[in-house]
Design a protein around this ligand. Sequence first.
Ligand code: HEM
Length: 420
Amino acid sequence: MSMQSVASPAITLNPPKRNLLAHIPGDEGWPVIGRTLAILADPKGEVERMAAKYGPVYRSRVLGETSISVLGPEANELVLFDQTKLFSSTHGWETILGRLFPRGLMLLDFDEHRLHRRALSVAFKSGPMKSYLAALDAGILERVTRWRQTPGPMPASVTPIRQPWPGTQMARGVKGRKRIVAYFSEQIPIRRAKGGEDLFSQLCRATHEDGALLSTQDIVDHMSFLMMAAHDTLTSSLTSFVGALAAHPEWQVKLRDEVSSLGVAAGAPTTFDNLEAMPLSEMAFKEAMRMKPPVPSIPRRATRDFNFGGYAIPTGTFVAVNPLFTHHMPEIWPEPEKFDPMRFTDAAQRGRHRFAWVPFGGGAHMCLGLHFAYMQAKCFARHFLQNLSVSLEPGYTPDWQMWPIPKPRDGLRVTLKPIG
Ligand code: HEM
């Protein structure tokens, strides 16, 4: 079975004529720029204001296109779970990431997506994960001992200027992609010959169902996408996690006790069993991602006409769900601005809609690196808390830029003190 014969035919999905969306309440802002600047300035406030004024299904205009936001757990379930191929991820993400990450897994659809996801899954099985843990563990320990971190954002994806004109962020993004493509292309034959247990080497050996290796271009596209999907999301979530711990010394104490109870000497390797024995750290990490989901909104494009919330929405419409909004709905999350990891006890989680907390998405495109993310976060928590205490400077409140990926505008000014 060749890839060609089973790949879903490329579908063309043109945005509907604007008058076909006019019945949906909303505000498209200024000519040309629409509401792009408002959403860039304050994505949470913008969505909350629009929702308060127009309801949970509203019309806006961002990055040159009329879009429909659908808000809340039911909307998340409809769009993300999507068992009837009603929503294209390719044609949702392409406006934002198409130029920088073409044919990344998240940018593939339906049958073709399923085949590639299956091929990539070998790199996330427990054998390879153990070798990643060993490498991560050593790297994190080294970093924690000489802590200096500046989160790495990816501003090119939502820069208002979408063409790579000289001097623009998009031009820098496109140039960066060229470099990464050249590096991966050159490395593939080397890794194939040498072997190795790292994720890149795993992909170099990964095969489709017929036993054929992934093509060079496929590996380059998947690796390039993974650099963003894995790196920027974890940089963001671990920064929120550290910020939350700094603001909540009582939680630092609780998590440090959890780490102490592992009975592992500082500097000793972290095992999978250690990570299993860190439920409070996991809950605190989940709460940090509730407050600042690394992917604050998730775009799709409708492949057919559909109805939601009493509105008819036509084929081709750009539809966005919004984890950031859902994670702060007071009817689901009382006192949404309060950091409270106890929201993630097993009992509390069972009592909520399964799409009320969606930092990793859901359905066919649900984050493939979810276990990798928990592994890295808990490994980090273990070394960080065993070595350091963290506090905010007196009187300082971090100022977060929430889009495209949450990051503190000033790099998060915290004070670290060695402990032990
Ligand atoms: C806290 C960390 C992370 C968060 C919050 C996160 C979030 C997400 C979300 C929301 C999606 C789905 C987007 C959509 O439905 O359109 C996604 C997809 C994906 N993520 Fe993650 N991610 C994280 C870490 C990672 C890591 C560490 C890796 C790899 C090592 C990874 C690999 C992927 C891949 C390959 C996809 C595409 C899956 C598909 O389309 O089938 N992510 N991630």
